[in-house]
Write a protein that binds this ligand. Structure first.
Ligand SMILES: Nc1ncnc2c1ncn2[C@@H]1O[C@H](COP(=O)(O)OP(=O)(O)OP(=O)(O)O)[C@@H](O)[C@H]1O
Ligand SMILES: [Zn+2]
Length: 694
């Protein structure tokens, strides 16, 4: 049967922007997008709510640049913007308000100047600062009608969420990752807060996979970056599992302990060869001696430097002078010394080995002062070169395909290349939601997902917001439960692993009844500081006001005006592999990290005696939380008209309500006529059905 011709799928979302004042001489993908989807004129009412609004924009990066421009062109006249960063060369491809001459300057300030050039009459107030700074307190947030986030990390997003809740200011949250993007609306008491939904945890790998049985290139990257790089150039006092291998034979051996220290009489070539032979040769021999490990796996091959690179060659290796001493240390490059130009080339084992030696040498010759303090940074060329080479040599040993520096950098930095158009679309959607919020058009609020592939011929998927999650400890004050060994765990563990890492508090205070066990602040006197420092080193049960099973602690963050009640449950034992913190917090909303099948299979068989997990997380991307990447991923979709869902229905929508349960059914529905939207059903983390905002 021939398919019926489709109607244009414009959504009623786009009746909102007041973009009659766009300056067409400024080109951005956003305008292309608008040209397709926006109705021409905003109403007087919309214009007056825009004009009278005072908005705060947090983040002036990829999304922020687009957003500031779009706000200005949409008629907003009082915009405040906070960004803690300065402009980098790598920002220029998409953060179009910035030019090469601006590199090194404040993003917030330069963005303001750029926008004032085409909207000179409006007020833009820039803050070159961290949004977590104490000056951005609840009082500061209260002055705004709406807050718009264009951030790139969970920590800052959670902080802004809490301040918006405390100040009772609507928050529009956003994020992009490559072609994917999302805009969500958070209104206290009406919709979910940013933290009502579980957030995916950073991906972690069991240490045994990383140290003993890698099966993917990413395992080699994690090893090179988190273990080898950290051991050679990072803080020497930090615990590191590099010496712990699958064989007991080498545990605690002198050989293993001394190997990373450069000996006095040793020149840099000798040192490099010793490290190389130890980690790629000797360690592999030791691992091979444990037959059990290799029963069901491919045996790795030890690699020694003399076999790959004759001694004469390392001595002639590279031309350090190509990196002149006056050079900026951050531009020192082993590739440059060796004349390797294309980062997309896959180097041979011998080339990787030459890069390994050269990068090591350059660190010692050109960047010696930094040794001992370095952590891997994806923007540090020499670090990326070293990590790529080391990961490739390890990959060669384990029969894993080698990768180019470009690919290795992407994996090591968790990089998903930013797409300017996605940022532009998302910025447009933020403004659309902001206008609805300013008009208090509650029934029209939408969370909108920008998809990579069209679903039902739509790249944008609007979803009605959900009601607040009643078990969210941030917006619903639900008590939390902490299982912990109160005789072993110290207050410091609780503060670092739970209060800061899990609860995301910046200025915490911890009370047991009326007794204050810990607090942070500028106004503490000496005696208090000493007292709290002493408490941090005490186990919970030995605190001045002992914390044992049944204790209820009140944990507050003064800046975020967040208060949580944590009930303590004493537990003796923890599974080191699954519960590496030695404590388990329940009643909070972090989703477990996605399982890596390959890794977990190896993990079970591993003979390693280590138990922690190594995280591949240097860059927090603009994380996408719920990504309905097409109908296939929607387990239970309900297709219905907006008019059936809310009073503010777009009259263009005709009535269709159909429950679907499979991908096929959804595709069937795709043949229907009409401007439908797919509604996605979801459940709360506690299993209860979530309620949509009515
Ligand atoms: N706590 C914070 N306070 C203020 N600004 C922040 C905070 N955290 C992140 N930002 C800003 O949010 C912006 C996010 O923009 P974007 O995602 O484009 O990142 P970027 O750093 O510009 O680019 P890339 O990470 O790709 O190099 C950045 O400009 C960053 O400085
Ligand atoms: Zn919440």
């Amino acid at each position: 049967m021939p398919k019926k011709k489709k109607k244009n799928q414009t959504l009623n979302l786009y009746r909102y922007p007041s973009l009659c004042s766009i300056n067409p001489s400024i080109h951005s993908p956003y305008f292309d997008f608008l040209a397709l989807s926006v109705s021409p004129m905003a109403s007087q009412q919309q214009l007056s709510s825009i004009k009278g609004a005072k908005v705060l924009m947090v983040g002036a990066g990829g999304i922020g640049c687009e957003l500031l421009k779009t706000l200005a062109l949409s008629g907003f006249e009082d915009i405040h913007t906070i960004d803690m960063d300065t402009i980098e060369v790598s920002n220029l491809n998409r953060q179009f308000l910035f030019r090469k001459s601006h590199v090194g300057q404040s993003k917030a300030k330069v963005a303001r100047e750029a926008v004032l050039r085409f909207r000179p009459h409006i007020s833009i107030t820039p803050y070159h600062a961290n949004v977590k700074d104490a000056c951005f307190n609840v009082e500061f947030f209260k002055q705004f009608n709406v807050v718009l986030n264009g951030l790139d990390n969970l920590d800052a997003r959670r902080h802004v969420n809490r301040l918006c809740l405390a100040a009772d200011v609507p928050l529009i949250e956003s994020g992009t990752t490559g072609f994917l993007g999302q805009v969500t609306v958070h209104i206290k008491g009406k919709t979910e807060c940013y933290e009502c939904q579980p957030k995916p945890a950073p991906k972690t790998y069991p240490v045994c996979t990383i140290t003993s049985t890698p099966s993917k290139f990413v395992h080699c990257i994690v090893w090179a970056k988190e273990l080898l790089f950290a051991k050679l150039f990072g803080d020497k006092n930090q615990e590191n599992d590099l010496n712990v291998r699958s064989s007991d034979a080498t545990r605690q051996s002198e050989h293993a302990e001394d190997v990373f220290e450069r000996k006095k009489e040793e020149d840099i070539e000798q040192y490099g060869r010793r490290i190389y032979d130890h980690v790629f040769g000797y360690n592999i021999e030791v691992a091979l001696s444990n037959e059990e490990t290799w029963k069901h796996r491919n045996r790795p091959k030890p690699i020694y430097s003399r076999d790959v690179l004759p001694v004469e060659l390392t001595q002639q290796n590279g031309n350090v002078d190509k990196n002149s001493v006056a050079d900026d240390p951050s531009s020192v490059s082993a590739m440059a010394s060796l004349g390797l130009k294309n980062p997309q080339d896959i180097w041979s084992l011998s080339e990787n080995s030459r890069i390994f030696f050269e990068a090591l040498k350059l660190f010692f010759v050109k960047r010696e002062k930094e040794i001992g303090n370095l952590t891997f940074d994806k923007d540090d060329q020499l670090a990326v070169e070293f990590v790529t080479a080391a990961a490739n040599i390890r990959a060669a040993s384990f029969g894993i395909p080698l990768h180019s520096l470009f690919e290795a950098k992407g994996i090591a930095g968790n990089i998903v290349h930013a797409v300017a158009t996605t940022n532009a679309i998302i910025a447009g959607l933020i403004v659309i939601e902001a206008i609805k919020v300013l008009q208090n058009d509650v029934n029209s609020y939408r969370m909108t997902y920008c998809l990579e592939h069209p679903s039902r011929k739509m790249l944008l998927m609007p979803v009605e917001p959900f009601e607040p999650n009643k078990s969210c400890y941030v917006c619903s004050e639900t008590p939390l439960l902490l299982e912990v060994n109160t005789y072993c765990s110290k207050l410091r563990d609780f503060v670092e692993k739970i209060v800061k890492a899990k609860l995301g508090m910046s200025f915490p205070s911890i009370m047991h009844g009326s007794s204050l066990l810990y607090e942070v602040g500028d106004d503490l006197d000496e005696a208090m500081i000493t007292n709290y420092a002493a408490n941090l080193d005490k186990v919970l049960s030995e605190l001045p006001s002992p914390v044992t099973g049944g204790t209820i602690l009140t944990v507050d963050d003064l800046q975020q005006e967040l208060s949580c009640s944590v009930t303590i449950k004493h537990r003796e034992e923890f599974d080191e592999e699954k519960e590496p913190d030695g404590m388990v917090l329940s009643g909070w909303t972090q989703a477990p990290a996605k399982e890596d099948n390959n890794t977990s299979a190896n993990n079970g068989e591993s003979t390693s005696n280590t138990s922690q997990a190594v995280s591949l997380e240097t860059m927090e991307v603009n994380e996408i939380q719920i990504v309905p990447t097409g109908a296939g991923s929607v387990s239970s979709g309900t297709k219905r008209k907006l008019s059936d869902m809310s009073d503010a229905a777009d009259p263009d929508h005709s009535s269709v309500i159909t429950e679907t349960s499979s991908k096929e059914e959804l595709q069937e529905l795709d043949d229907d006529d009409g401007d439908d939207v797919v509604m996605i059903d979801d459940v709360n983390s506690d299993g209860s059905k979530k309620k949509r905002l009515q």
